[in-house]
Design a protein around this ligand. Structure first.
Ligand code: G6P
Length: 610
């Protein structure tokens, strides 16, 4: 949420910062700004809207400078306008900074600073940091000390990059709850809230931890805690390529990511299946294996799409491992004081590994003594680093704001975990082998499901102007209905609800008339006959039914308006296939409505505020 880029070195900073911002635009895009050191002054330029809008107002010859910071914003405090756009400054315009996160005690600090004579120009919480540093600096401390003291006063979260006229050869940064990475080049350094912004320049990075600051110059950097203890950081290598964060000929990242799923589903299981033994092996859990296998209760906590994957995990683990599972939104879990015991396992699921609520839930679970494992996509992210053990999804960078390939990878990873645990309980080797054989078919089946694209385009054309959609499913396909509805509302702004099909009778049925499209996931499983009855109920009220059906279904064609045939698989794996047409449906409807698919309004890819 919000993106930060910084540069210090010998090259012109502006193109580096601008390209970095473009890579981060998926994190927030309601305004953007850049600040550069120029002959003893700091030149700041800001604009409302996307990075392209900023580029339009910039005259490149005025953007000389080899040290600078930049920001793309997702507004929390203060509407998105030029004034509220970052960078922000102190009274003297000498301290210039960009910030991700939320300063919670900003009202108190603002009042205190106003009483001391500081003048505020914006409605943001961020601006107070600049004034607070100014205040300490005016009192005669070194700049570094003022920076540190100020951070000790603020409560809340921050990823921060700062330049100052007081020390033109330095770039300051800090992290608390909002990621910050330093890219190490040859006599040049980069700062970013996400490695994607700097990967074109270096693969060597240092991840700051919470409560750490870095003072970077062309010749090197020092890292300290905000308590002033010097710390030595390890340089880590980023292992993905630039082309993985580019569109590769697709009109949108989302479509590219939907089409990547045969590969990403395969990658999620690569090297993790031992077919002869009918078992899955998850190396990242070795240290905590005993606690994972012996857990008497499992909590799964996550947000958004990851939460929906968690619901599928619940069905899988309870069915095959017979361990009670509770799935909860991380935002609820973190505050409601859940009853967690030492022999409980908490699984946190997160694509980005940075979601503020999920991170807080993780910390709460650890505090209460649970073993915490992560299912995370972004390698080296905070959640990945803070869990006791975990499994990476290996889906590669997901740039489209609406999550697609991460979801199918999460479900795949949950299936592996289920098999791993179940094999130590009642699942036989034969059953394990059968499931693994089927798992290996999934990439091909996902590919088959993608072939429904042309039918879906036709359906999208027919229904694109509707104002409401209902999504129904049962069993393993119920969370798929929730996820399908979420995809549609996220990117097309059509109101959509997901429901367990039978529950429709208890309310949503009142909405059904000839104007209401109902998407039903009706693949052949043990609830098939029941869902056919639910479809009848919709049709009896003139609802328009779009049914996702198994390839060999010959019953529903005559009953519903449209069928989307997809391959059938084991019930527990079915969501990996069933979600594909729903992702495509949301995508095509959004494109036809002229929506910005990759950067839908008001949303952000990585929600680092609670
Ligand atoms: C945001 C994104 C969603 C995502 C959710 C959880 O809302 O727009 O696509 O599902 O955050 O994110 P996480 O990175 O923790 O999976």
């Amino acid at each position: 949420m919000c993106g930060i880029v910084g540069y210090i070195g010998d090259k012109q900073a502006y193109p580096i910062l601008l390209n970095g911002l473009k890579r981060l635009e998926y994190r927030g895009y309601d305004s953007a700004g850049i600040a550069l050191h120029q002959n003893g002054k700091i030149h700041i330029i800001k604009q409302v809207g996307k990075i392209a809008a900023l580029e339009e107002v910039v005259k490149e010859d005025e953007m000389q400078g080899t040290t600078g910071i930049a920001h793309t914003r997702w507004a929390t405090h203060g509407e998105p306008n030029v004034t509220n756009a970052h960078p922000h400054t102190d009274c003297g315009g000498n301290i210039v900074l960009v910030h991700n996160g939320i300063i919670e005690n900003y009202t108190v600090l603002r009042q205190m600073l106003q009483e001391k004579g500081h003048t505020f120009r914006t409605e943001t919480d961020t601006e107070i940091i600049a004034h607070l540093i100014e205040e300490f600096y005016q009192n005669g401390t070194s700049f570094e000390e003022a920076f540190r003291l100020a951070l000790n006063q603020v409560e809340g979260t921050y990823g921060l990059a700062l330049i100052t006229r007081h020390e033109p050869g330095k770039l300051y940064c800090a992290r608390n709850g909002s990621p910050l990475v330093i890219g190490v080049g040859d006599q040049e350094y980069f700062v970013a809230s996400d490695a994607a912004a700097i990967i074109a320049h270096t693969r060597n990075v240092i991840y700051l931890e919470d409560g750490e600051i870095a003072v970077v110059s062309r010749d090197g950097f020092i890292t300290k805690t905000i308590q002033n203890e010097v710390i030595t950081k390890k340089i880590e290598k980023i292992n993905y390529d630039l082309e993985r964060i580019e569109k590769a000929g697709y009109p949108h990242f989302m479509l590219k990511e939907i089409y990547e799923q045969p590969r990403t589903v395969a990658d999620a299981m690569r090297g993790r299946l031992i077919e002869e033994e009918g078992v899955a092996k998850l190396g990242g859990l070795n240290q905590i294996l005993h606690n994972v296998l012996r857990a008497r209760k499992i909590f799964i906590t996550a947000c958004g799409t990851s939460y929906h994957a968690g619901l599928i995990g619940e069905y899988m683990i309870e069915e095959y491992c017979r361990i009670p599972v509770e799935v909860e939104y991380a935002s609820e879990f973190r505050y409601r004081d859940p009853i967690i015991q030492d022999d409980n396992l908490v699984i946190v699921i997160s694509q980005s590994g940075e979601t503020a609520d999920t991170l807080a839930a993780l910390r709460e679970a650890k505090r209460k003594g649970a073993t915490v494992m992560g299912l995370v996509n972004v390698v080296g992210s905070t959640i990945a680093r803070e869990t006791h053990g975990g499994t990476y999804l290996h889906a590669g960078p997901e740039i489209g704001v609406a999550s697609t390939k991460a979801f199918t990878s999460q479900v795949t990873a949950l299936a592996l975990l289920t098999i791993m645990i179940a094999r130590t309980k009642t699942m036989s080797a034969e059953e394990g082998r059968r499931l693994i054989k089927e798992l290996k078919q999934l990439p091909h089946k996902v590919e088959q499901a993608l072939k429904t694209d042309s039918i879906i385009q036709e359906i999208a054309q027919k229904f694109k102007d509707k104002r409401n959609f209902l999504y129904l499913g049962r069993g393993y396909n119920y969370p798929v209905a929730l996820e399908g509805a979420l995809k549609l509302k996220e990117i097309s702004y059509i109101h959509a609800e997901g429901y367990p099909a039978a529950e429709m009778k208890h309310g949503p049925i009142a909405l059904i008339d000839e104007d209401m499209p109902v998407v039903v996931i009706a693949t052949k499983d043990s609830t098939y006959e029941k869902i056919v009855s639910n479809i009848e109920e919709v049709k009896a009220r003139q609802g328009r039914v779009i049914a996702v059906v198994s390839e060999d279904d010959d019953k529903l064609q005559d009953l519903v308006d449209y069928t989307i045939p997809i391959p059938q698989t084991e019930n527990l794996f079915q969501p990996i296939i069933s979600i594909i047409p729903l992702q495509l449906l949301a995508y095509h409807i959004a494109v036809l409505r002229g929506c910005d698919v990759d950067q839908p309004r008001n949303l952000a890819k990585s929600v680092t505020v609670e």
